[in-house]
Design a protein around this ligand. Structure first.
Ligand SMILES: *Cc1c(COP(=O)(O)O)cnc(C)c1O
Length: 370
């Protein structure tokens, strides 16, 4: 079976450097907020070409803390996308703020032209939480224009976009803050949960450090109520010493596989979803669209031919039951989003796929329906 993610192959490949990282932390006798975390934060900031990085417990926490650092509080409106991991919206709800949904563009990304229209009509919306979905970069020129024109405060959800660029610039660099995740399936996945905030503001950096540690400003001094959301030394050491150094090679490998899929998959019922113009994607996923009534048939056909596939995401966030009874706004029919949710299937694109396996995926897809 060709898997969506192959963690066993990753372990075989990285066993030595991961074990060395474990040994480093064990022998240091220091498990929380130590030099491994500092070292990892500095290395990730350098990789991302941002000034500051603060490790936290998850991508969800990174978004929630990020919004709170920009001043988001209960009752505030946050414009966001109907197609993402539920965590994007959950971060808004946890603050007591109100998610506001508008439709996506045809690539499944938050439609920034609709956002401009909405922000014009509704000046009460002051926060924006866009997602660089599937590893595709949103148009950063449009995003910074929104920020300049409406003064909206932006947290960029970069959980899927580490390494992605728009016309040479990294995602996460035009908002006030970027949030990312080290959930194992992400392009930079830890061996457990983790996340980070990236920013060019020293104030935001300092505030994130206080908030992730109960709101502790100095030893036993609490000026506000924060979180227990620290990235532990062990995950930081694994990321710093083994996983982050491998990321550029993995991203190159994902791009190579995507290029093969884009040029070699050819089937009247299977359409590539992206990349959008200007996006130098990091290919977190390789999404395709199939006719909605054929989607489950396609997925079982793939499975019967030893190819795993996924759905990102089968249900638009505004249709989730958890949203009932929670304040939220849906400003249009979200028709493009609904159609993408009904049609999207993700093909395997992890960096440990062999060329033969990539060829197998392509042959199986192209032979569908024969
Ligand atoms: C994974 C993901 C999150 C949440 O990250 P966790 O580390 O699982 O909390 C948020 N947004 C997007 C787009 C994601 O893919």
């Amino acid at each position: 079976m060709i898997l969506l993610n192959d963690f066993k192959r990753q372990w075989e490949d990285q066993r030595e450097s991961l074990q060395t990282a474990f040994e480093t932390v064990g022998s240091s006798g220091w498990y929380i907020l130590g030099s491994e975390l500092r070292g990892f934060e500095e290395a990730l900031a350098r990789y991302w070409e941002m000034q500051y990085c603060v490790g936290v417990s998850s991508g969800l926490d990174a978004i929630e803390l990020g919004l709170r650092i920009l001043g988001c509080k209960a009752g505030d409106y946050v414009l966001t996308t109907p197609v993402s991991a539920y965590a994007t919206t959950l971060a808004i709800i946890k603050l007591g703020a109100v998610p506001v949904f508008v439709d996506t563009d045809r690539y499944g990304l938050l439609d920034l032209d609709r956002c401009a229209h909405t922000l014009e009509q509704r000046p009460e919306i002051s926060f924006l939480l866009p997602v660089h979905l599937y590893g595709n970069a949103l148009n950063l020129d449009k995003l910074s224009a929104l920020r300049a024109r409406f003064g909206c405060r932006i947290v960029e959800d970069c959980a899927q976009s580490i390494g992605a660029r728009f016309e040479g610039r990294n995602t996460g660099t035009v908002g006030g803050l970027a949030a990312t995740s080290f959930y194992p399936t992400k392009n930079l996945g830890a061996m457990g949960d983790g996340g980070a905030i990236l920013t060019n503001s020293s104030e935001h950096d300092a505030r994130a450090r206080v908030l992730r540690d109960y709101g502790q400003e100095g030893k036993y001094r609490h000026g506000e109520n924060g979180y227990n959301s620290r990235l532990d030394e062990l995950q930081a050491a694994l990321l710093r010493r083994a996983l982050l150094p491998a990321l550029p090679g993995w991203t190159a490998r994902r791009r190579h596989i995507a290029a093969r899929y884009l040029s070699e998959i050819c089937h009247p019922w299977v359409r590539g979803l992206g990349p959008p113009p200007g996006s130098d994607s990091c290919w977190h996923l390789f999404p395709v669209l199939v006719p909605p009534h054929k989607k489950s048939l396609f997925m079982s056909y793939l499975r019967n031919n030893e190819v795993s596939s996924g759905e990102h995401y089968p249900t638009p966030i505004p249709s989730q039951r958890a949203l009932q009874g929670v304040a939220h706004l849906i400003l249009d029919g979200c028709e493009t989003a609904n159609e993408i949710c009904r049609s999207e299937v993700s093909l395997p694109i992890h960096p440990y796929l062999t060329e033969a396996e990539v060829s197998h995926v392509i042959e199986v897809v192209n032979a569908w329906g024969d």
